[in-house]
Design a protein around this ligand. Structure first.
Ligand SMILES: NC(=O)c1ccc[n+]([C@@H]2O[C@H](COP(=O)([O-])OP(=O)(O)OC[C@H]3O[C@@H](n4cnc5c(N)ncnc54)[C@H](O)[C@@H]3O)[C@@H](O)[C@H]2O)c1
Length: 296
């Protein structure tokens, strides 16, 4: 029987990890430890939390006191044993690298107390594979947030081959406490629900440009006005990162063995040229290096 969630650990203080730690504290009221591998990375994560909390306060969505309480409930650390101490739920948001994650799951399994739930925010790595590195695979599942976790209302819960019902229910409860709606992905299938549909759509947008059917601006305009998407697929690709998208299409190809998931040559060329999207300053569009939004 899985334990009720009282305290949370977030492993990884990057783009997703800091946001998950923030929402767990700000909305869920959880006491949160936040781990990264270097002091400068946890400090950068705390800086991003402070910056985001300040925006909530500025907009009147949090009082100054609530903002301070949100930050004070998050405890940054570089020590895994300390991060795991007394925790009921571990949310793993470390770099999307199977080898790195498997090593982390092995160490978590050695150090964590019995009954601790380990939930991965992975976008494409098999939950069953991650669970296989632990002593209690029944306690492992996927808990896939969307970027930015502070604002996006959905969490996909993914059942690995051995995930127990108690684990799913505990993660569903913790997600609800964080103000999130959940959907259950009943099978550990690549891309889960959202990315399984989104990534082929993003790919198809790239093929339209590659084949000279339309310019990027018109592909985005067509999808925004014709399908009512809040942003066009190529702009979204720039936000997600072209390298990340290429990795996902490669996982899809490998797992599904279906040519409809093939990676466009244009995507591969752009990644090779370092045109990764917003994070590198240029993808399908040019971006101001430090600005939150680009010129599109
Ligand atoms: N970026 C997105 O839009 C998005 C959306 C949903 C899910 N995800 C998933 O979230 C996870 C994190 O992605 P991100 O975009 O935050 O990446 P990121 O590179 O911004 O952050 C990853 C962090 O993990 C840290 N890290 C590496 N090894 C670690 C370890 N052993 N212990 C603790 N921390 C470690 C890194 O130092 C880095 O700070 C990935 O699995 C990714 O697939 C990303």
């Amino acid at each position: 029987m899985a334990r009720a969630i009282g305290k949370v650990a977030v492993l990884g203080a990057g783009l997703m990890g800091h946001g998950i730690a923030q929402v767990a504290s700000q909305v869920g009221g959880f006491d949160v430890s936040m781990l990264d591998v270097k002091q400068e990375f946890v400090e950068r994560g705390m800086g991003m939390v402070r910056g985001s909390v300040a925006k909530f306060v500025e907009k009147g969505k949090l009082t100054k006191e609530q903002g301070e309480a949100t930050v004070s409930r998050i405890h940054p650390t570089t020590d895994l044993a300390e991060a795991l101490k007394g925790r009921d739920l571990v949310i793993e948001a470390a770099t999307e690298d199977p080898k790195l994650k498997l090593d982390l799951y092995r160490r978590v399994s050695e150090l964590a107390e019995d009954g601790v739930i380990v939930a991965s925010n992975t976008s494409s790595i098999s939950i069953t594979l991650l669970a296989s590195a632990t002593k209690a695979p029944a306690n492992v599942c996927g808990m896939h947030f969307f970027n930015p976790p502070q604002l996006m209302p959905l969490v996909e819960i993914i059942r690995g081959k051995k995930t127990s019902d108690e684990t799913v229910e505990a993660v569903r409860g913790a997600s609800a406490k964080m103000g999130k709606e959940t959907v259950l992905c009943k099978k550990d299938s690549p891309g889960f629900i959202v990315n399984r549909m989104l990534v082929p759509a993003l790919n198809e947008a790239i093929f339209l440009v590659q084949e000279g059917v339309a310019d990027p601006e018109d592909v985005d305009k067509a999808v925004k006005l014709g399908l009512n998407w809040p942003m066009g697929p190529l702009q979204l690709l720039d936000y997600v990162g072209l390298d990340t998208t290429l990795n996902i299409t490669q996982v899809f190809m490998e797992e599904f063995q279906d040519s409809k998931y093939r990676s466009p040559t244009l995507l591969k060329e752009m990644v090779r040229a370092g045109l990764l999207g917003r994070k590198s300053g240029q993808g399908f569009y040019k971006w101001n290096s430090s600005a939150d939004t680009g010129n599109k």
